[in-house]
Design a protein around this ligand. Structure first.
Ligand SMILES: Cc1cc2nc3c(=O)[nH]c(=O)nc-3n(C[C@H](O)[C@H](O)[C@H](O)COP(=O)(O)O)c2cc1C
Length: 356
């Protein structure tokens, strides 16, 4: 019988419970794209709050990767030192930390140099620059550098962001990927960049360092990535040695494909659970389920229904960073979060309904 508060090994990391803070972009970097006090405060509060493991908000792997100037640059000379401080802070309270490394692709308004965004494909009427094969090699190298810096900083692992319509997800998705070379077409080809990034990062960080992925169970758009395709990619990644996969969904180009949905009641909780459960049955890697979890009894029920190993939450930890401690202390009232997603408002990360 699984309990939320089992000490387990998750994706090669020993954690104090099965609760994970899913990656949550903080708008928290300073003008230079660096971690600073604002970030340290967010992470200290979360770690104090007892969550088993924190996946950081996405950080950018190169100068074309950042969706706003307030996204952390992994390619800044100070990144390793500042991340080391952040990691030590989190470890002080017994929590663990995985850094989500990302490239936002066409979701970037302007690159650091003020240029149009880079893309899997040039699409009609869009001011995108299609990545050449050489650019793809450089992109893979930048994921490697970012991952190596996270390892050097003492982070417990990295999560490669391949979901929610960001660049790797754009490659996986036929909505964005119209390439006719080895990186476009069948799912084997659309997923090639994901496998190439994994292989290169693994070669650089070694066999023991935890490499996790976040992936869409489907794009939730017509002609998008399907569940069967996602399942195939996950099986392949698991066979290649990926340590954990967080199963999400949606490429976020319409309200229907939003990864963070409305949750009106228990019937809406765990809206990607079924897909995560099916993937967990087939894959030889740890599966984390994200999406709308709010009620502790329901989380435990879902953990015990199948092979999902941990549950991750995002919005509930914005208004209640101490949620894990609250539940562990026996106060099992469901998370306060009403899933309005107003925390998404650009410029700051805060709960507008229950201000701290
Ligand atoms: C304010 C905000 C920021 C987010 N930032 C990220 C991010 O940086 N990376 C990511 O993979 N998902 C991000 N997400 C999506 C969440 O990790 C999660 O998949 C989604 O919100 C569903 O979980 P929830 O119902 O527990 O909020 C973000 C969501 C919100 C609301």
């Amino acid at each position: 019988m699984k309990s939320l508060f089992d000490e387990i090994t998750l994706g090669k990391i020993e954690v104090q419970n099965r609760l994970v803070r899913s990656a949550t972009f903080e708008y928290g970097a300073d003008q230079e794209g660096r971690y600073g006090q604002k970030m340290y405060d967010i992470y200290e509060n979360l770690a104090k709050g007892g969550v088993g493991l924190i996946i950081t908000g996405m950080v950018g792997v190169d100068e074309n990767a950042r969706v706003t100037p307030f996204m952390v640059k992994t390619y800044d000379g100070t990144f390793t030192v500042e991340l080391q401080k952040l990691t030590e802070l989190v470890h002080r309270y017994g929590s663990k930390m995985v850094v989500q490394i990302a490239h936002c692709g066409v979701k970037v308004q302007k690159t650091d140099a003020g240029l149009p965004p880079v893309a899997a494909s040039k699409l009609p009427d869009k001011d995108y620059r299609e990545l050449s094969i050489k650019d793809i090699q450089l992109l893979i190298d930048s994921f490697v550098t970012a991952a190596t810096r996270c390892k050097d900083a003492g982070a417990d692992g990295i999560q490669i962001h391949a979901s929610h319509g960001y660049l790797l997800s754009q490659f996986l998705s036929p909505v964005f990927n119209k390439r006719t070379d080895e990186y476009g077409g069948s799912i084997e080809r659309r997923a090639k960049i994901v496998f190439d990034v994994y292989d290169a990062v693994r070669a650089a960080v070694g066999g023991h360092y935890p490499i996790w992925f976040k992936i869409n169970s489907s794009d939730l758009e017509e002609n998008g990535l399907t569940f069967e395709e996602c399942q195939w990619v996950c099986e392949r990644l698991a066979d290649m040695g990926v340590d954990a996969i967080e199963v999400s969904g949606g490429i976020s180009i319409s309200p229907e494909s939003a990864p963070a949905r409305q949750v009106q009641g228990e019937q809406d909780e765990g809206y990607f659970y079924r897909q995560a459960g099916q993937i967990a049955e087939k894959c030889k890697t740890d599966i984390i389920s994200v999406g709308g979890y709010r009620t502790p009894e329901l989380l435990e029920k879902k953990l015990n229904e199948g092979e999902v190993k941990a549950i991750s939450l995002c919005r509930p930890f914005i208004c209640e960073p101490d949620l894990a401690n609250r539940w562990q202390s026996g106060n099992l009232a469901k998370a306060q979060c009403i899933s309005c997603s107003k925390c998404f408002s650009p410029g700051e990360l805060s709960c507008k309904v229950f201000p701290q």
